[in-house]
Write a protein that binds this ligand. Sequence first.
Ligand SMILES: NC(=O)c1ccc[n+]([C@@H]2O[C@H](COP(=O)([O-])OP(=O)(O)OC[C@H]3O[C@@H](n4cnc5c(N)ncnc54)[C@H](O)[C@@H]3O)[C@@H](O)[C@H]2O)c1
Length: 416
Amino acid sequence: MKKYAIVGTGHRGTQAYLCPLAKELPDCATLVAACDLNPKRAEAALDYAGLSAPVYTDFDKMLAETNPDTIIVTTKDAAHDEYIIRALEAGCDVITEKPMTTTGPKCNAIMEAEKRTGKNVAVTFNCRFMPFYVRVKELLREKIVGDIYSVHFEWMLNTDHGADYFRRWHSRRENSGSLLIHKSTHHFDLLNWWLEDEPVKVNAFGTRRFYTPDHQPHGERCLTCQYKSTCEYYLDIESDEFYKKIYLDVEDVDGYRRDRCIFSEEIDIEDTVALNIQYKGGVVATYALNAHCPYEGMKIVFNGEKGRIEVADCLGKKTLTVFNRQGDEIVYNIPQKNTLPKHLAGADQLTKDNLGGHGGSDPIMRAALFRGCTHDPLGQVADTRAGMFSLGIGAAANVSMAEGRSVELSELFDFI
Ligand SMILES: NC(=O)c1ccc[n+]([C@@H]2O[C@H](COP(=O)([O-])OP(=O)(O)OC[C@H]3O[C@@H](n4cnc5c(N)ncnc54)[C@H](O)[C@@H]3O)[C@@H](O)[C@H]2O)c1
């Protein structure tokens, strides 16, 4: 039985790790401790998950007293590096949430520590486990349209999900590195994984057009806002049992307000970005993220030597169309429901009933990470190098926007 400790017991820590440790993984994993800046949140999270374990605010004390094998890192993004490095130095392996970290120097320090200690860091890119995206990977692997020359990739966030990033710590780039790191890390990892190539150079433009203080009259937070009865973005934090328990009821300790106004003067991240990316193997890509769309989803086009693949996942509909060079259209069978990937060790522990979470990807990914993955032909388990190239595009884009120039990833990362 492997011993795990977690640092960061908010939404993701509770839903994606603590609850599954209680219900999905008790035969192979045991939680020995939980750590958070806010000990009341950690207690509330454990209670919600139905687990009991000692709570710490001092991470090193937790490591010394509970001797875990692996640390799960689910704090805010900008704090990942310090816990990953301290865990590695204490002889632990690490499972860290995406993004691995938020800047080039922090990434370099993580990779140096991993090399020096010989311990292992896994980065949880759950999109790699979504059946629809796996199908795209398989088609590209089969070279269904030959070598890929160019990509056009668009991601849409609506003003419900998208707005949520502007309510809390994500809205400050010192915490999240901006949406190009926090959110787009998923998309850039998919792109790197699909293409099996390494990004080398980025040019970016970005702005904030929607979540601006002059958008509408507003207050500091939804709970006390005088406009709550008319605001279409009002979040009723008291009516959600989970939010109330892990945020509102414990905010006296750390002042973490889960329902801060999305039009706050303090926000400093973009909601509208456009990038060009050049890959080592020759692919050129365009990418756009808009966090104020009427609907959620993604569209991507791969232009290849022998045709074109068009992929869309929006408005509840997934389509995957392949065109040959003559323009003939082939519509592929895609997974309609979550399928169990037989190649992952431990997949037989999953049933149709316990799939769920991010299109079924979370439980499949957990099976690989917590039960061991002996055979991984599609390379779905991500390492620090994948973490670096994914956050690398966002980090280079941040520099590009700030300095008005194209930026090579090799300027920022030592391990390229
Ligand atoms: N893979 C996914 O699909 C996915 C989805 C959501 C979030 N995430 C990632 O999970 C992580 C957590 O996100 P969340 O939505 O749970 O945020 P959250 O704010 O709900 O939880 C973060 C927790 O970390 C704690 N924390 C913050 N800074 C800390 C520090 N320096 N030391 C110790 N504890 C600290 C906070 O008190 C809070 O309890 C982020 O890295 C995020 O990017 C991944």
